[in-house]
Design a protein around this ligand. Structure first.
Ligand code: ADP
Ligand code: MG
Length: 238
């Protein structure tokens, strides 16, 4: 479970087309990264997959079902953004369990899932703290933990590390790589950081003004960039 297919997806904001005929098949369990300069459409594409933005044209298929017109809550996806709003008055444990609790999960299932996610992200010692007693990196781990608890079909990350300082970014990159190895779930990850893309991705999608400029493994893009735009962006020797 977790295959996602984009079929000729387009997005217009009034008269302006920002996503142009995107076709992409993401395999179950794949770690796929969207890169490209600011304004090229990475967030818009991710938000359409998540259902936060209407699709102007084309289809989004999740696990073989047409999800194009489904509300976000029906898609089974977890979204982790750079502004990771945690509830300030709740503890880490309560923040992590909140969505399952409101969905009516029994207490023992809730406790087990929160513990499981906390263990994987080394959050156990922090479970009784409140967000203001956490560092930026710890808060981001809680935001990720909170999304794991719901057993999503796939994770959507929009520049989740961009608010962290450089050394924390490296640590969190490692945590996210481990998380992917452990959960084996599909991950779609937006970044403008080439190093993040090259180290985390199974495949990278390079976007250029709403088009896919190239899709390939980090190595393919580095060794055989399709054009100068990709070469420049990936940092290949020209
Ligand atoms: P990225 O995430 O790659 O930086 P975005 O997907 O945020 O790019 O934006 C792609 C383009 O769409 C940009 O030109 C942006 O200004 C435009 N855009 C994004 N959201 C809206 C919106 N709600 N209304 C109008 N234009 C938008
Ligand atoms: Mg963006």
């Amino acid at each position: 479970m977790g295959a996602i297919e984009l079929r000729n997806v387009e997005k217009w904001f009034s008269e302006v087309q920002v996503i142009k005929g995107v076709d992409l098949t993401i395999a179950d369990g794949e770690f796929i990264i969207f890169v490209g300069p600011s304004g090229c459409g990475k967030s818009t594409l991710l938000r359409m997959i998540g259902g936060l933005e209407d699709v102007s044209r084309g289809q989004i298929i999740i696990d073989g079902m047409d999800a194009t017109d489904q509300p976000p809550s029906k898609r089974g996806l977890a979204m982790v953004f750079q502004s990771y709003a945690l509830y300030p008055h709740m503890t880490v444990r309560e923040n992590m369990g909140f969505s399952l609790k409101t969905a009516g999960a029994p207490k023992d299932e809730l406790d087990a899932k929160v513990m499981d996610a906390a263990r994987g992200l080394k959050l156990e010692p922090l479970l009784e703290r409140r967000p203001k007693e956490l560092s930026g990196g710890q808060r981001q781990r809680v935001a990720i933990g909170r999304s794991i608890v719901r057993d999503p079909t796939a994770f959507l990350f929009d520049e989740p590390l961009s608010n962290l300082d450089a050394s924390l970014r490296v640590d969190m990159r490692y945590e996210i790589a481990k998380l992917h190895q452990r959960l084996k779930s599909t991950m779609i990850y937006v970044t403008h950081d080439q190093v993040e893309a090259m180290t985390l991705a199974d495949r990278i999608v390079v976007l250029d003004a709403g088009f896919i400029a190239q899709v390939g493994t980090p190595r393919e893009l580095y060794e055989r960039p399709a054009n100068l735009f990709v070469a420049t962006f990936i940092g290949s020797p020209k």
